[in-house]
Design a protein around this ligand. Sequence first.
Ligand SMILES: Nc1ncnc2c1ncn2[C@@H]1O[C@H](COP(=O)(O)OP(=O)(O)OP(=O)(O)O)[C@@H](O)[C@H]1O
Ligand SMILES: Nc1ncnc2c1ncn2[C@@H]1O[C@H](COP(=O)(O)OP(=O)(O)OP(=O)(O)O)[C@@H](O)[C@H]1O
Ligand SMILES: [Mg+2]
Ligand SMILES: [Mg+2]
Lengths: 224, 224
Amino acid sequence: MVRLEGVSKVYQRGASIIRAVQGVSLEVAKGELLAIMGPSGSGKSTLLNLIGGLDRPTQGDVVIDGHSTRGFAEADWTQLRRERIGVVFQFFNLLPGLTARENVALPLLLRGEADPEKRVEECLAAVGLANRGEHRPSELSGGEQQRVAVARALVHQPALLLADEPTGNLDSKVGREIIHLIKTLARQGGQTVILATHSRSVAEEADRIVLMRDGSVDGEGVRA
Amino acid sequence: MVRLEGVSKVYQRGASIIRAVQGVSLEVAKGELLAIMGPSGSGKSTLLNLIGGLDRPTQGDVVIDGHSTRGFAEADWTQLRRERIGVVFQFFNLLPGLTARENVALPLLLRGEADPEKRVEECLAAVGLANRGEHRPSELSGGEQQRVAVARALVHQPALLLADEPTGNLDSKVGREIIHLIKTLARQGGQTVILATHSRSVAEEADRIVLMRDGSVDGEGVRA
Ligand SMILES: Nc1ncnc2c1ncn2[C@@H]1O[C@H](COP(=O)(O)OP(=O)(O)OP(=O)(O)O)[C@@H](O)[C@H]1O
Ligand SMILES: Nc1ncnc2c1ncn2[C@@H]1O[C@H](COP(=O)(O)OP(=O)(O)OP(=O)(O)O)[C@@H](O)[C@H]1O
Ligand SMILES: [Mg+2]
Ligand SMILES: [Mg+2]
């Protein structure tokens, strides 16, 4: 499903060089659930953004479904994301002017689906927000906004889910429910999941855990 | 330092009524470190916002240093926050157009301090970001942005610190360092700290833990 070949990302600002990701090579099989752990600033979000085409690597190649993305234009990534990739951003990126229901419906509307209502209500209910569909992000708590972001990333049943700290603003009980939801849907639909987390108990739900430190990963990781 | 007398906050939107905070009475002594825990959506952020005057209660009174704030105008709260209250928001509220250093300096500049540099560098170093002062929030990781927000809230040595999930985007090691920093500074300066958290290990650093559920607190809480 996903293969990284010597992927690096370097930010240069005047004299200072920040090596956010350094020579990461990794393979994630179809249907696998991979957790990435690592200290604050170690490169987790940068790596997820590179895999989802939200940022371009300085070196190396991101191979999705056997196809190199090295020559991808912006429009190629947009189409791939729309059809096969769901993303839960670390700070949600919900559209403030839309209601929770409209935010969740967006991936389906962008694919031209005429009747997204039923699927949207299912996803809102699955994350415990059945009766909050009419509220805008500013009227929801931090954890409720995060759950809307999770519902939005799952609504179009993407082949690949990239989730950046999907339970960071949740209490442990609701956090467990959300991870079990992601895991159940992934098993049912054969989805591949790559998630970044600071929580040990979330990482232990994965098939494999990789550790990042200063932009590089420690080999193939360990069985969770 | 802080006394809440039957404080409630109700949001009304057409037919739906959301009781975010319901009849909370609580006293926090000067120099005390209080932790508030509770499920996602239970009212933690709303309560902190009411204590800091970032929102107005529907009923009840927020008493700070023995003075009722019932008659406070916007300008009174602004002055009180500028002089005596520091806030770490759940989603940071950093100014995107300013560097990390400028964001941290802001509370001092607003008080008319001419030479904030030395104190600003101390705070950036204290949160582990000594060499990132020139970067803007968009160039920092989630956890790094959170640490800038903590440094900004501490820089003017406020009498009262309100911190909403101050370690939510940090790994456990850096999270522990930040809480110990807050605790040490509070002990040295006699500061009162009220923090909301989903992390048991953070809450255990406090003097007392109060639980919120559906907008109300469970009495006086327990000794941590
Ligand atoms: N403007 C608003 N209109 C309607 N409801 C609101 C508004 N602001 C907050 N709420 C609701 O009030 C309740 C309490 O929200 P609050 O942000 O205080 O929760 P919290 O304990 O901080 O949760 P979290 O741990 O998820 O951050 C939530 O159910 C939220 O949806
Ligand atoms: N535009 C940028 N310019 C300079 N440095 C950057 C930029 N974006 C990210 N970085 C740096 O790259 C490093 C990796 O950042 P990244 O966001 O991937 O970390 P992370 O592992 O997700 O951390 P966290 O757990 O705090 O969210 C950080 O030190 C960050 O400051
Ligand atoms: Mg991150
Ligand atoms: Mg909150």
